[in-house]
Design a binder for this molecule. Structure first.
Ligand code: BTN
Length: 325
């Protein structure tokens, strides 16, 4: 994990309006010697940051690494608590598993686990989630909301809105949400969200939100069985994208929506969600553990539950299902 000094260094670069940030200024805000500043600058260089040092002027960042390390993501990140603590790993089994452990150990709200690669990435319904190295965003966010347990699924819908807004801001694409947690571009899946709970009988201990975004994969990076149904933002946008930039925008959008949710409830999120939803007003089939229901998707309730009207006019409330359009 990053040291406090490293965090202060990145914050100083983030908050500085100047092109060059002087060594003395950095030493002052970090509360350390200029030699210690220099050591941190060297560490950043080893990580792939290209930094220029000019006498009497200070340090300037010329180029950024392609990784999604904690340092890379936190440079320029303007959030209060989302992503302020990042556990970054090259290869993990699943970021969800690590987030669960960290949560048990008392990790603060907003802590994120990010990996370049997952060897045992998990999706909904215990499916595997393909997570090849340095192509996508594989991360898990720890939240500690003081809300009743039954409201936790609303956070999946909130996350989908945050990711859609982030994709809109960082690309020219028009992403859409398929209830409850798939984000599609031109009918192909680019993102999956997996929300898991740690709870007592009547209280949420933490909500772990796993996000998997296909960013820079080429078609060949997908296993043949996924090529029809899944794609990457790069494949649709026609150019490589900056993963760290996308993560930062997700964190910022998420924090804004989450504060709104805690203050005003789910209703404003529901309205946003519906504006991005692909299925509202369409004929769908919902495959649940208890069988299938076909009909017209009417939207979601104020609690975030999908409403489907069947051919007989009966309205079903669907809590968990796979949706076919
Ligand atoms: C889905 O089935 O659509 C949800 C996929 C969620 C994948 C993400 S990737 C980061 C986190 N770690 C995991 O093992 N799964 C989630």
């Amino acid at each position: 994990m990053q040291s406090e000094l490293r965090k202060k260094l990145l914050e100083a670069f983030t908050n500085s309006e100047q092109e060059y940030v002087s060594g003395q200024y950095l030493a002052d805000v970090m509360g350390c010697s200029r030699t210690a500043v220099w050591k941190h600058i060297e560490d950043l260089r080893k990580e792939g940051f290209e930094l220029e040092a000019v006498r009497k002027k200070g340090y300037k960042i010329l180029n950024l690494p392609k990784s999604i390390s904690a340092d890379r993501v936190q440079l320029g990140l303007k959030t209060e608590f989302i992503g302020k603590v990042i556990h970054y790993e090259e290869t993990v089994d699943s970021t969800q598993k690590i987030a669960h452990l960290l949560s048990h150990e008392g990790a603060v709200e907003g802590t994120v686990v990010i990996a370049e690669e997952q060897t045992g990435g998990r999706g909904r319904m215990d499916r595997a989630w393909h997570s090849p190295k340095s192509t996508g965003i594989w991360m898990s966010l720890i939240l500690r909301p003081k809300i009743p347990i039954q409201r936790a699924p609303q956070l999946t819908l909130l996350t989908a809105v945050a990711i859609v807004q982030a994709i809109e801001e960082t690309t020219t694409l028009t992403p859409q949400i398929k209830w409850p947690n798939d984000i599609l571009v031109e009918q192909q899946k680019v993102t999956g969200i997996l929300t898991e709970l740690q709870a007592d009988a009547d209280r949420i201990i933490s909500v772990i939100i796993g996000m998997g975004l296909n960013i820079n994969q080429t078609e060949d990076d997908f296993p043949p069985e996924l090529r029809q149904i899944a794609t990457s933002l790069r494949a649709k946008e026609g150019k490589e994208l900056d993963r760290a930039e996308i993560i930062k925008v997700i964190f910022q959008k998420f924090e804004t929506l989450y504060m709104l949710f805690l203050e005003k409830g789910f209703y404003p999120i529901k309205l946003l969600w519906e504006s991005y939803a692909i299925s509202v007003g369409k004929e769908i089939t919902a495959r649940t553990l208890n069988g299938s229901i076909s009909g017209k998707a009417l939207g979601i309730t104020d609690e975030g539950v999908l409403k489907v009207e069947d051919a007989l006019g009966e309205i079903h409330q669907i809590y968990s299902a796979d949706i076919e359009l």
